[in-house]
Ligand binder design. Structure first.
Ligand SMILES: *[C@@H]1O[C@H](CO)[C@@H](O)[C@H](O)[C@H]1NC(C)=O
Length: 115
């Protein structure tokens, strides 16, 4: 009885892991084509032949944002609007600068992740 339970539990665990990943992704990257007139959830993919290294780079997070505002903080966001290569990956990041006693008001990021 205990053996059957463990076998069943192991099978369930194994099956859930098998379903949790995509072993054969359809594409390596989908660089955002922000000029496309196609409306999808996200941005349409740029022609891979026109992808350049700059589609995956961003520079500027070493500079503090302007904290002269009511919140006393500045959010410098970096997302698909700044790095087209992040398209479809669900990844973004931000630098937040705080002046003394500054704050970043509580907020949420529905269906998103952020570093
Ligand atoms: C920072 O923002 C304040 C308020 O908008 C503005 O007056 C000031 O010129 C800005 N400073 C810089 C360095 O951009």
């Amino acid at each position: 009885m205990a053996t059957k339970f463990f076998l069943l539990a192991f099978s369930a665990l194994w099956a859930s892991r098998a379903l949790a990943s995509d072993p054969g992704q359809l594409q390596d990257f989908c660089v955002a084509d922000r000029t496309s007139q196609v409306f999808v959830n996200g941005f349409a993919c740029k022609d891979p032949k026109t992808v350049v290294v700059e589609d995956f780079l961003f520079s500027g997070l070493h500079m503090a944002g302007n904290m002269s505002n009511k919140q006393g903080s500045a959010v410098s966001a970096v997302n698909v609007a700044h790095i087209p290569g992040l398209n479809t990956l669900g990844i973004s990041l931000a630098r937040v600068d705080y002046a003394p006693y500054g704050q970043n008001p509580p907020h949420i990021h529905p269906r998103a992740s952020e570093i």
